[in-house]
Design a protein around this ligand. Structure first.
Ligand code: ADE
Length: 226
């Protein structure tokens, strides 16, 4: 998987993506990225990439001529994604859809300021993606969330193979059950007896019941989705 990342802050990458399993996968060549500094395509020597909004209003908008040139500097753009709160909400199902896409190259456009000129989105047939119902100060964090959640699903990234993801929240149609490890008693708190019983059937039933309860309480919307 390869990511072209358009940003005015190339130094923010790889950022969080340099650590853990995703960082190791980067070193191992399972995924790669290249940053493109949008400022290299500024309209003047001051490095201007944005301008006032037509129609008035607070906040600057990233110029289409600058973004067009930045995008055109990339030979193989693959699927272009622009991160914005107006995009399709990224969930595990959507992550799988992107990962299973025939296209293995993604161009990630990270906006700053109020956003980007709509004509860029229309001209390039860009897919808009949001990582949640809140407003970030730029798309760079969203791009890292997108890359992390995608790369960890690729083969040979997680130690335990397919099984590592199979039991996670959202993959099981709800939220994951509570997890416990040694010591079996900590500050007087005991691990649920059933987990120490070695009875796989009972353990599985307990986990399913816990998962159902937690999902019903915290995220009833996930149950309706099923
Ligand atoms: N840019 C600003 N807010 C965002 C969000 N919620 N998701 C993705 N990109 C964004």
């Amino acid at each position: 998987m390869h990511f072209n990342i358009l940003t005015v802050f190339p130094e923010m990458f790889p950022g969080t993506l340099s650590g853990g399993v995703v960082g190791r996968a980067l070193v191992n060549g399972i995924w790669s990225y290249k940053t493109i500094n949008i400022r290299d395509f500024a309209i003047n020597n001051y490095g201007s990439v944005d301008d006032e909004q037509f129609g008035g209003g607070a906040g600057m908008v990233m110029r289409p001529d600058v973004l067009g040139q930045a995008l055109d500097s990339i030979k193989d753009k693959g699927k272009i994604i622009y991160f914005s709160p107006r995009g399709a909400l990224l969930n595990q199902k959507l992550v799988h859809k992107f990962v299973n896409d025939e296209e293995k190259i993604f161009t990630l456009l990270c906006g700053r300021y109020e956003g980007i000129d709509q004509r860029v989105i229309d001209e390039y047939g860009i897919t808009e993606v949001s990582i949640g119902d809140y407003v970030l100060s730029g798309g760079e964090l969203a791009a890292q969330v997108f890359i992390d959640s995608s790369v960890r699903l690729l083969d040979n990234v997680l130690g335990g193979g397919a099984e590592s993801t199979a039991n996670e929240s959202f993959e099981i149609g709800g939220l994951e059950w509570p997890l416990y490890t040694r010591p079996s008693v900590w500050r007087g708190h005991k691990v649920p007896e059933v987990l120490l019983s070695g009875h796989h059937g009972n353990i599985e039933r307990w986990r399913k019941q816990q998962s159902d309860e937690i999902t019903k309480e915290r995220r009833p919307d996930l149950i309706k989705e099923k």
